[in-house]
Design a protein around this ligand. Structure first.
Ligand code: ZN
Length: 79
């Protein structure tokens, strides 16, 4: 009696479409070049700007902004 039983180990399904928990490599702080104030967070080629008062902006690179503290013009070019 010969039976060919193909036993394959169960492979865990991974859903890569859900990037809510993304690796840290695509997550970079953008700080003022003069006073190091936090200006935004770079995520997946886009800049997430967050200001006081509940204002949130998701902008594409390149982006420029003026530091709210020292008024220095900061520029971030696309990688
Ligand atoms: Zn500054």
């Amino acid at each position: 009696m010969t039976t060919f039983a193909h036993k394959t180990p169960p492979t865990p399904k991974r859903d890569f479409t859900n990037t809510a928990i993304s690796p840290v490599q695509n997550h970079r702080d953008w700080r003022c070049k003069h006073c190091r104030k936090m200006l935004g967070v770079c995520r997946d080629g886009r800049m997430h700007l967050r200001f006081g008062g509940g204002h949130d902006y998701l902008v594409s690179l390149p982006v420029r902004t003026i530091c709210p503290d020292c008024k220095t013009l900061n520029q971030k070019s696309a990688v």
